[in-house]
Design a protein around this ligand. Structure first.
Ligand SMILES: *Cc1c(COP(=O)(O)O)cnc(C)c1O
Length: 342
């Protein structure tokens, strides 16, 4: 990783771009009169939000123990996935690499940006075959590798993540959407070691704030500057910024939520195992199980008829449905319904 030059990986037109930053967000004022943005003088939400998201980044900086200029904030981590592709992948030329099966949004945004998708098929235990990875990484030279750990929809974590960061001649994005549920360490600790690493986290899962739409990227100062350059200036609204800042101040609530969810996962695992209709419960480091059923179509339909919505992964993952832990009441309804299936 010596002599790493980020500019080699960045799209040329992006390198030439100047970021749009609101002048007022770059300065401190004592008693300002804002007549610069054609806003209304009155109204509860009359002002544009802080385009630099300063307050939230300071809180995240303390929470995650990284410098504030190593953080980018997005309208969900989904937006950050799109922005990362926009920074590095030349439309119609470059490719992304992603695990298969994994989170569909990597492929979706690659397609939207006219980039091709290389699928790295996981083995029967949903693990990465290292030699297959090396072959695909070297032959096709994809620009960005999306590595999801714990992986959605399989639930397991990727072992030896550093191997993939070290042996990839481009940007490695480690998506840690479910890291709070896992006992594995976050890759944020590896940022100093690897200049090609981006870590994604979200407030949509363990933090219980999917409706607020906020995610964060942690990386080198250079990569974060590039992401901030391509983002829409006011990509996260003031209501959302405030709600997330408040949630960080009460992070004991999140820890409690994670504890409850893990207790429900434990209960679900126990109850699911006793059901005859089940073939296999895949081990999970997240807040969901990938479950293989004897007759997946029958099970999915039965649950659906009872207005219990789950995520059918069959036929792509044969026989499998992804089911996340709900409240105890919801989980009981799931199990009781499953019990009615012969
Ligand atoms: C749910 C999820 C996200 C979260 O996306 P947001 O846009 O932040 O809601 C990101 N990555 C993975 C793998 C997920 O499962």
């Amino acid at each position: 990783m010596k002599d790493f030059n980020i500019n080699r990986l960045v799209r040329k037109n992006i390198l030439e771009l100047q970021p749009y930053i609101s002048f007022r967000d770059l300065n401190e004022f004592k008693k300002p009169v804002f007549l610069d943005a054609n806003e209304s003088a009155s109204g509860e939400l009359n002002r544009y939000p802080d385009s630099t998201q300063k307050t939230l980044k300071q809180k995240l900086s303390v929470l995650k123990n990284v410098s504030a200029d190593q953080i980018a904030v997005g309208n969900g981590s989904d937006e950050l996935i799109d922005l990362i592709i926009k920074v590095f992948c030349e439309p119609k030329e470059d490719a992304i690499l992603m695990m298969n099966p994994s989170f569909a949004m990597y492929g979706f945004y690659a397609s939207v940006n006219a980039n091709s998708i290389l699928l790295l098929d996981l083995d029967e235990n949903f693990e990465i075959d290292k030699s297959k990875f090396l072959r695909m990484a070297n032959e096709k030279q994809p620009k960005v590798f999306f590595l999801c750990s714990p992986n959605n929809p399989t639930g397991n974590s990727v072992e030896d993540i550093e191997f993939y960061i070290r042996n990839f001649n481009g940007i490695v994005v480690v998506d840690e959407a479910y890291i709070e549920f896992s006992d594995k360490k976050s890759c944020i600790d590896l940022l100093e070691k690897y200049p090609n690493l981006i870590v994604l986290q979200t407030f949509s899962k363990a933090w219980g704030m999917a409706g607020v739409r906020v995610g964060a990227a942690y990386s080198s100062k250079e990569i974060i500057t590039l992401i901030n350059t391509v983002k829409a200036p006011y990509n996260v609204n003031s209501l959302s910024l405030n709600r997330i800042s408040e949630a960080i101040d009460r992070k004991d609530l999140v820890e409690q939520n994670v504890k409850n969810t893990l207790a429900e996962m434990c209960w679900l695992n126990h109850e699911l195992q006793r059901l005859k209709s089940i073939k296999k419960i895949h081990p999970s480091d997240a807040n969901f199980f990938l479950v293989e059923f004897e007759d997946v179509e029958k099970v999915y339909l039965k649950l659906f008829e009872n207005e219990i919505l789950t995520s059918k992964r069959s036929p792509k993952i044969p026989g499998c449905i992804r089911i996340n832990a709900g409240s105890r009441e919801e989980n009981i309804r799931l199990i009781e319904t499953l019990k009615t299936i012969a």
